[in-house]
Design a protein around this ligand. Sequence first.
Ligand code: ACO
Length: 431
Amino acid sequence: MKKTVTLTFSDGSPPIELPVEEGTYGKPVIDIRPLGAHGYFTHDPGFTATSSCNSAITYIDGDEGLLYYRGYPIEELAYQSDYMEVCYLLLHGELPTATQKQAFVESISHHTLLHDQMENVFRGFRRSAHPMAVMIGVTGAMSAFYHAGLDNFNPQHRESVAHRLIAKIPTVAAWAYKFNEGQPFVYPQNRLSYAENFMHMMFATPCEDYEPNPALARALDRIFILHADHEQNASTSTVRLAGSSGANPYACIASGMASLWGPLHGGANEAVLRMLEEMDDVSKIGEFIRRAKDKSDPFRLMGFGHRIYKNVDPRAAIIRRTCYEVLDALDLRDDPQFRIALELERIALEDEYFIERKLYPNVDFYSGIIFRAMGIPTSMFTALFALARTAGWVAQWHEMLSDPAHRIGRPRQLYTGAARRSFVPLEQRGA
Ligand code: ACO
């Protein structure tokens, strides 16, 4: 028998029966849609207890510290797979066969070029523009190049959008950096892997040969896997909400990037590095921990805490290990920021404040140290997150539009403003 809950009211109004739905894993959800017909809405600012959709892409168990893409544990994908396979998995639901993988990689590597006219879009920005501002602008501008004839409800068109976005975003990100630096744009190289190609576009110049370091390319590929999707976070929900109206998908991905940019979301990796630089020495850790605990100080320990994880973020553990590998490969084991980060983590994890609130390092805590060691400037950290998350955003957009039950997203509100009043002409309103 299907489980239901009954909502009763203290004023004697008739009770309302609501269905309870169970997924593969996770907490059961109460389907509150019948409430509207009874004259009620639910109220949940920040969506702390609200499921917004059915999804078969990613599962997180924040209490146990588990993350699965399409049922595969993140640890297995991070160490045994590669980012191209993970993109295919997110989009199609299954790991590719050898033939499918070859065709997918070929399609991605043959869509990496940007329309020549797009160079002018970059050149419209001031040189000092933050790379995320450039990425949002240029990705949004892609909607002007791919709009006519695009049918969001045609699965082939959606697949072509997904391939284009996964292929072109690394070029957009690398060129945002090149534009900042005042260096010429470097074109993609089809012979290179996805991560190697990104490094090539970031670091090559026309003046000398550049060969990406294979150990660093492997680490970057792993970081891309870890950031590829994370179910209904702020940026993914933004993409879904924007896409729910049938809007152009490139514009929807640009809206996801805008949401990601915030320091409480993808902007945290940049904020962590700035915080570690400010700490400068392990002796200052105590002062920063004190500030993080002080409720009258808005400062928070960046890279700590997560809305969902109340246990170790499984991605943080993999990134910490990758950090050791990268610093070893570059002979930087004594990197001062890494030392501070390790010590800060140790102290915070023993502190009652962090223990009580279940605040652990999140994915952003160590990623910046790796990026910096690779020579990637701090301002590019969130751009790398956006690059990797594009696969998840587009997979979620595709899943939403494939669902015949999908409707435009339209939350309700609890109105707390003025009651009805009459207009007062300007001359009667006082000075
Ligand atoms: N430093 C100090 N205290 C913290 C921190 C932190 N980093 N994070 C949470 N807290 C405290 C809060 O002050 C609050 O304490 P209280 O109960 O005494 O009032 C309690 O822990 C719960 O915090 P909330 O803000 O209610 O948790 P929420 O789920 O809304 O926020 C968030 C989660 C935004 C990630 C938060 O932990 C944070 O600001 N962390 C720092 C920024 C960061 O690292 N963001 C990256 C997240 S991962 C990602 O987006 C990829």
